[in-house]
Design a protein around this ligand. Sequence first.
Ligand SMILES: Cc1cc2nc3c(=O)[nH]c(=O)nc-3n(C[C@H](O)[C@H](O)[C@H](O)COP(=O)(O)OP(=O)(O)OC[C@H]3O[C@@H](n4cnc5c(N)ncnc54)[C@H](O)[C@@H]3O)c2cc1C
Length: 346
Amino acid sequence: MQTTNVDVLVIGAGPAGSIAASIINKAGYKVRIVEKEKFPRFVIGESLLPRVMDHLEEAGLLEAVKRAGFQEKFGAKFVRGDEVCDFNFKDQFSKGWNWTWQVPRGQFDKILSETAASMGVDVQHEMAVKDIKFHGTDSITTVVNKEGVEEQIGAKFIVDASGYGRVIPRMFGLDKPSNFDPRKTHFTHFKDLKRPEGIDGNRITVVVHQQRTWIWIIPFSNGITSVGFVADPQFFKDYPEDAVERMRGIINSDVHTKERFGDAEMVFEPRTIEGYAISTKQLYGDGFILCGNTTEFLDPVFSSDVTFAMESGNDLMFPGGMKVIYMKFSSLKIQTQKLKNKFVQY
Ligand SMILES: Cc1cc2nc3c(=O)[nH]c(=O)nc-3n(C[C@H](O)[C@H](O)[C@H](O)COP(=O)(O)OP(=O)(O)OC[C@H]3O[C@@H](n4cnc5c(N)ncnc54)[C@H](O)[C@@H]3O)c2cc1C
């Protein structure tokens, strides 16, 4: 079996993996991403926060994303019955970016991984991690491509950014039940032909449908709008089993979605995800660190998780000065403790 050696192996080319790999590469280390899917691939999580702009800039990915012409996002509108809360990023308490984007993630993540590759990161798509063996802090990872051909990758450090794949937590029994109540989501993309004129047409709207049930409406610049419901699992029992009928039923039950999306064409059959918040017993160990969704996941009501994914992808490094992956060095414990504290604060 062919064996390649790298300094750092990154699992997953989502936002966490692409940011981490770009920064590690910029620091002069040999880094390789292995990604199970061919991009563009669908993933949910389309509304960003301004903090991501800092991470994209630092990783050298910002200009490429700017060129894509994604829908700009300057804030959010929260609606409950007749009450409206306008939230504008420019009303910020600190300096920094006051806008960001709403993005179809397939396209966004493809730009990130392609730009990382153009900067020298070795990105391998359609290659899934099958097995990892640690020898101290060194590791040998067995990966398999779509033809079933296996390869081994020797690494001094692994960054697990496999998101919902949760490669290391699953493989090493680190999964832990979340403290969050189980939640379920049902979502699709609509051809948004009745998009309102002006600012309301283009900005994200979060609607409180009923207690513990909310709706996201995320317009993209391509005329498509993402709509999804997040609720306790029993909420969905009042609606048909069929995915399309279920979506129509819920859309038509809410005054804020009925007129705009009641008869709108769906771009794909609505999907359901349930129990997506899984925690982990540890965020790092000898020779590896988890970042992004691999670590846990919050209810997406404030669009925070891609930001956390990038934040954790970026914070793998020493702050300031020459950035160095902390791999096996003495400050590993200090740095990981800092990262851990950060997650506890979240
Ligand atoms: C209903 C819902 C709505 C959401 N809305 C938002 C939102 O509006 N805004 C927001 O910021 N976030 C949102 N999120 C969260 C968002 O989906 C995630 O936080 C984000 O995708 C995490 O990025 P990541 O890089 O950690 O993982 P991902 O984007 O999931 O990337 C992980 C990558 O790892 C790859 N992978 C998996 N297993 C393997 C393997 N064995 N080998 C190799 N590669 C592998 C996968 O193919 C994938 O490409 C939402 C989530 C849900 C459930």
